[in-house]
Write a protein that binds this ligand. Sequence first.
Ligand SMILES: [Zn+2]
Length: 54
Amino acid sequence: MAKTGRTKVTIRCNVCGEQFTLRGRRGPAGEVETGFKQCLCDNNRHFHIMEDGS
Ligand SMILES: [Zn+2]
């Protein structure tokens, strides 16, 4: 349980360059879940994800 927690994530779209800052939650497998689905440009696969504050 100690591995889970809140984190801030910046997601940048590799297609159009749009950036999104989201609050995420780290899951037990080390994945960060933000609920983010897709960019405004319909890209839903090609992102650069940066996790802040770690
Ligand atoms: Zn985009």
